[in-house]
Design a binder for this molecule. Structure first.
Ligand code: ATP
Length: 282
């Protein structure tokens, strides 16, 4: 049984076609990432699946529960970490968790037991009684994530969870996300950071202009191009060619070096695959 199954999702805002028929599946326990530039339709997909906006057409299921026909059941299964930090800054960390727990119908005992465990998990216990206003950006993101886990959802939706954070904090959050997955939660993540998708995702889908271009494991998508890339800088710009092995890449690079070009040999990365399949940079 799929944890998430999405069929032909379409969303129009007036004349803007935010989603033009998107389909994908996520297996239980899998971390699946949507990788795409600003405006690709990533947030729209998450908002539809979390019941915050209605699709123009299409169907979606969480563990065979129809998300649009049985929204209350579906919402219980989903935890959402939105892109914008919508915590109450004037309340404490514990109070923010408490209110969220009440909204999901949890008892006071359940909330305090789960909050204690989650605060420990996210290394925020010592900040429990501090106002959110006093927390750093990274701490606020961690709080957003554990708030979404409070009702023990089976599927966690993370909308660009590390946007605007420095590389050190970003890596720490990656660790937290991996540990959540290891505990059995299915994760749907959107990002426009290539290295984030490459590091975290079991499977990634490239999304651009409301369309899902291609999906697969990062390794499989990169392998479609080859193993090595040669970057050639010419007056007309940068050109990259792909080769199945280092020998062929070196042969090509050597031939060009005689013509005094700037040539670099490197391994193929996920950005190469994105540019190749979508014709654009992320
Ligand atoms: P970002 O990385 O910037 O968050 P995204 O991939 O999440 O981008 P969406 O926010 O889903 O993209 O937007 C997809 C398209 O839908 C864009 O063209 C956007 O302007 C449009 N759009 C999104 N929300 C609305 C809305 N409420 N009204 C009108 N147009 C909208």
């Amino acid at each position: 049984m799929d944890a998430v199954r999405v069929e032909n999702l379409v969303k129009r805002y007036g004349k803007i076609e935010a989603l033009r028929g998107i389909s994908f599946r996520i297996a239980p326990g899998e971390l699946f990432a949507f990788l795409g530039p600003n405006g690709a339709g990533k947030t729209t997909t998450i908002r539809i699946l979390c019941g915050l906006t209605r699709p123009t057409a299409g169907r979606a299921f969480f563990y065979e529960v129809d998300v649009f026909k049985r929204p209350v059941e579906a919402k219980k299964m989903a935890g959402l970490v939105p892109q914008t930090i919508n915590l109450d800054l004037e309340l404490t960390v514990a109070e923010n968790l408490f209110i969220h727990g009440l909204l999901f119908g949890l008892s006071r005992e359940e909330i305090s037991r789960r909050a204690r465990a989650l605060l420990d998990f996210a290394e925020l216990s010592d900040r429990k009684d501090h106002k959110v206003r006093t927390l750093s950006g990274g701490m606020r993101r961690r709080l957003l994530i554990i708030r979404a886990l409070l009702h023990e959802p089976r599927i966690l939706f993370l909308d660009e969870p590390t946007v605007g954070l420095d590389p050190h904090i970003r890596r720490r959050l990656w660790g937290l996300i991996k540990r959540i997955q290891q505990q059995g939660t299915t994760i749907f993540l959107t990002t426009h950071y290539i290295e984030e998708a490459e590091f975290l995702a079991d499977r990634v889908a490239f999304i651009d202009q409301g369309r899902l271009i291609i999906e697969g494991t990062p390794q499989a998508l990169m392998a479609r191009l080859g193993e090595f890339a040669v970057d050639v800088v010419r007056e007309s710009g940068l050109e990259t060619k792909y080769f199945p092995n280092r020998e062929e890449a070196e042969k090509f690079a050597l031939a060009l070096a005689e013509q005094a070009e700037t040539v670099t040999i490197r391994r193929v990365n996920l950005e190469d695959a994105f540019v190749y399949f979508t014709g654009r940079k992320v």
